[in-house]
Write a protein that binds this ligand. Structure first.
Ligand code: ATP
Ligand code: MG
Length: 577
C-alpha cells in the first residue's frame, strides 16, 4: 500500500523520461553551467484543462527534481481572445495543483518594448521586412509541402524603408491587415514555417494589460523564443505540434545572438478519451450553454475536476503515471478515475446514503426508540476512528434493494426473505404496501430479530445480502448529481481542429440530478469541498457552488468501479437489435 501522508508532502515524483535524459546530458556537458530553468507558458484565453496539468507537472516537476526553477509566463500576445478572468483562474489552478512560481510571474506583454527593439535589429540586419501583401496573398505565396513558395514583391525593400514603415505601423498609421513584418528566411524551404513567417501584425484590439499602448502585436513563434531567452530558460518544453517550428525558434535566437540559447524539446500532448480538450471547444460548451460554466463538474478543466471532487494529489499521480513520450496516444479516463479512488480510499469517511429512498417500517421495533450503533468511519483505515449511527423504527433503503418478484440469485430484500442491515440487525420482509391507484410500491413492512445485532457475535444463521440504510427520523435530505462522460464517442481529433460536428457526440445523459436523497445525519457537518464514500455508490464531494445553508448538494466524483465500458457495450448491443 502507498503511504498517502508522505505523498501529500512531496510534490511529484517524475519517472525518468527522454526529456530528463537530455537535461542530464546538458548538465554533464555543462551547457547551461548546470542550471535547469523551465517555464509553463499558458495563453490566458481559457481555463486550464487536464492536458495543461500534464505540462505543469512536467515543467514544475523537472525544476523540483533538478533543484532548478520554473516560471509562470502568460503568453498574452493575442489581445482579442485574452482576458484577466483567465489569468486569475490559471494562477489559482497552478497553485491548487501544488506548484509555486515564487516571484517569477511573467507576461510576454512585459517584453513588448524589447520584442520591438529586437525586430528593429532584425530589420537592420536585413533579416526582416515589411510586407504589404494581404493575408490571402501571403497564404497563396507561401506554397505548399509539394510546391515551393514565391517571394513577396516587398521582400527586397531597403533597410531604411523597412525601418520607416515598421515605425509607422507602430504609430498606428496603417489599417489592420494592410501590412505585416516578416522574417526574411527562405521561401523555398521544405519547412513551411521558414518561408518568411509573419512576426508582427497590426491589431487595434485593446490588450488586457497594455490597453491601447500597442497596435502591433508579435506572433507567438517570434515572441516565445525571445521570452524564453530573456528569462534565461534552459529547456523550453512544448507539445509535438511545435516540432516543425523548432528551426524557426532556433533561427530567431541565433540571429539575435543570444548566448546559451534555450533548447526547445517537444513531447506528446495528453488526449483523454470521452472528452474534448481544446480550449476553443471548451469555450464553445461554456458560451453556448451546454455546460454550467468552465467549472462544470463534467468539464476536463482543472476547475471542473476540482469542483467535481478531484484532489491535486490524484491529478499529480495521474500525470506521473501517464508519463512523457514522443508518440501520440489517447489515455482512457478510467486511469484518472483510478487515481482519485486510490487517493480517497483511505482519506474519505464512508457513509450510508440512500439515493432513491424506499420506506421500511420495522413493525416489531418499539415506536420512539432510538439506538446509536457503532460504525467505523473508514473500515480500511482504523485511524479514522468510529462514530455512532442512529437506528429507529422507520428507515429508508434503496429502491433497487427490494424486488417483489426477484430473479434467482437476488440476495437483497424480497417478500419473506431476510437481509442484514449494515451495522444493525437482520430484517425480514413481511408485507408490501402499494399505492392503490398506481400500484407503485411505497412501503415495506419488516420485522427485525433483536438477537442479530451487529457486533455481538451472532452466529445463529447467515444471510447473503447486506443493505445500507438511514433512519428516516434522523436522515438529512440532499440533492445528488451523477455525472457521465461528455462525449459518447471519442473525439478522434482531440486537437483544436475545424471539425464542426463534434457536438453531435455530446452525451445527453451526462448529468442526472437526484432530489430527495436521504443521507446519514453525520453529513450535516459536511462543508463544501468535503469528500465521502457513499457505500456502493462511489465517492462524492459537497458541491461548492450550489450548496447553501439549507441545501446540501453532492457531486459524484467517481463510481466505485469502472462501469462505462459495460454501459457502452450494452448500448452497442441494443443498437444492433
Ligand atoms: P489548447 O489546444 O487546449 O487550446 P494550447 O496549447 O493552445 O491548448 P496554451 O495555453 O498555449 O494552450 O498551453 C500552455 C502549455 O500547455 C503549452 O506549453 C502547451 O504545450 C501545454 N499543453 C496544452 N495542451 C496540452 C495537452 N493536451 N497535453 C500536454 N500539454 C498541453
Ligand atoms: Mg497554445
Amino acid at each position: 500500500m502507498r503511504n498517502n501522508e508522505k505523498r501529500d508532502n512531496d510534490n511529484i515524483n517524475l519517472p525518468s523520461n527522454f526529456i530528463q535524459n537530455i537535461i542530464d546530458e546538458d548538465i554533464k556537458e555543462n551547457v547551461y553551467d548546470g542550471r535547469v530553468h523551465t517555464r509553463f507558458p499558458p495563453e490566458p484565453n481559457g481555463y486550464l484543462h487536464i492536458g495543461h496539468a500534464k505540462s505543469i507537472c512536467l515543467n514544475f516537476g523537472i525544476a523540483q527534481k533538478y533543484k532548478g526553477l520554473c516560471n509562470l509566463r502568460f503568453d498574452d500576445t493575442n489581445p482579442t481572445k485574452e482576458d484577466v478572468e483567465y489569468v486569475e483562474s490559471i494562477k489559482e489552478d497552478v497553485r491548487w495543483l501544488g506548484f509555486d512560481w515564487e516571484d517569477r510571474l511573467f507576461y510576454a506583454s512585459d517584453y513588448f518594448e524589447k520584442l520591438y527593439e529586437y525586430a528593429v535589429e532584425l530589420i537592420k540586419k536585413g533579416k526582416a521586412y515589411v510586407c504589404d501583401l494581404s493575408p490571402e496573398e501571403i497564404r497563396e505565396y507561401r506554397g505548399t509541402y509539394s510546391k515551393p513558395g514565391k517571394e513577396s514583391p516587398y521582400r527586397n525593400r531597403s533597410v531604411e524603408e523597412n525601418l520607416d514603415l515598421f515605425q509607422r505601423m507602430r504609430a498606428g498609421e496603417f489599417e489592420e491587415g494592410s501590412r505585416v513584418l516578416r522574417a526574411k528566411i527562405d521561401m523555398a524551404s521544405p519547412n513551411l514555417n521558414m518561408r518568411d513567417p509573419v512576426i508582427y501584425r497590426i491589431s487595434y484590439a485593446k490588450h488586457h494589460r497594455t490597453g491601447d499602448k500597442w497596435c502591433i502585436y508579435p506572433m507567438y513563434d517570434y515572441a516565445h523564443p525571445i521570452s524564453d531567452a530573456l528569462e534565461n530558460i534552459t529547456h523550453s518544453i512544448c507539445t509535438l505540434e511545435f516540432e516543425d517550428h523548432r528551426p524557426l525558434y532556433e533561427w530567431f535566437l541565433n540571429e539575435l545572438g543570444f548566448e546559451q540559447p534555450p533548447k526547445q524539446i517537444e513531447f506528446a500532448r495528453l488526449n483523454l478519451a470521452g472528452t474534448v480538450m481544446s480550449k476553443r471547444k471548451l469555450r464553445e460548451l461554456v458560451e453556448e450553454g451546454y455546460v454550467d460554466g468552465w467549472d462544470d463538474p463534467r468539464m476536463p478543466t482543472i476547475s471542473g475536476l476540482r469542483r467535481r471532487g478531484y484532489t491535486p494529489e490524484s491529478i499529480r499521480d495521474f500525470c506521473e503515471r501517464i508519463g512523457v513520450a514522443k508518440s501520440y496516444s489517447v489515455v482512457d479516463i478510467s486511469m484518472l478515475e483510478h487515481c482519485i479512488r486510490d487517493d480517497l480510499k483511505l482519506k474519505a469517511a464512508r457513509v450510508m446514503s440512500v439515493l432513491r429512498p424506499l420506506k421500511v417500517v420495522i413493525t416489531n421495533y418499539p415506536e420512539g426508540q432510538v439506538e446509536w450503533l457503532d460504525a467505523d468511519v473508514n473500515q480500511e483505515n482504523p485511524e479514522m476512528g468510529t462514530k455512532k449511527i442512529p437506528f429507529s423504527r422507520v428507515i429508508y433503503i434503496e429502491q433497487e434493494d427490494f424486488m417483489e418478484n426477484p430473479p434467482k440469485k437476488y440476495f437483497r430484500l424480497s417478500p419473506g426473505k431476510e437481509v442484514r442491515l449494515k451495522y444493525a440487525y437482520f430484517i425480514k420482509c413481511e408485507e408490501v404496501i402499494k399505492d392503490e391507484e398506481t400500484g407503485e410500491i411505497i412501503e415495506i413492512r419488516c420485522t427485525y430479530d433483536p438477537e442479530t445485532k451487529s457486533g455481538t457475535g451472532f452466529t445463529g444463521r447467515k444471510v447473503k445480502g447486506t443493505l445500507h440504510w438511514v433512519s428516516a427520523e434522523h436522515a438529512v435530505e440532499a440533492e445528488v448529481r451523477l455525472y457521465d462522460r461528455l462525449l459518447m464517442e471519442d473525439d478522434e481529433d482531440n486537437n483544436d481542429d475545424e471539425n464542426t460536428d463534434w457536438k453531435e457526440q455530446l452525451n445527453p445523459n451526462s448529468l442526472e440530478v437526484l432530489t430527495g436523497c436521504m443521507v446519514e445525519p453525520s453529513l450535516t457537518e459536511a462543508k463544501p469541498g468535503d469528500k465521502f464514500q457513499f457505500f456502493r455508490h462511489g465517492y462524492f464531494c459537497v458541491d461548492t457552488v450550489n450548496t447553501t445553508d439549507d441545501k446540501l448538494v453532492f457531486n459524484r466524483v467517481v463510481q466505485l468501479r469502472d462501469t462505462w465500458k459495460k454501459i457502452k457495450k450494452k448500448m452497442k448491443n441494443e443498437s444492433k437489435k
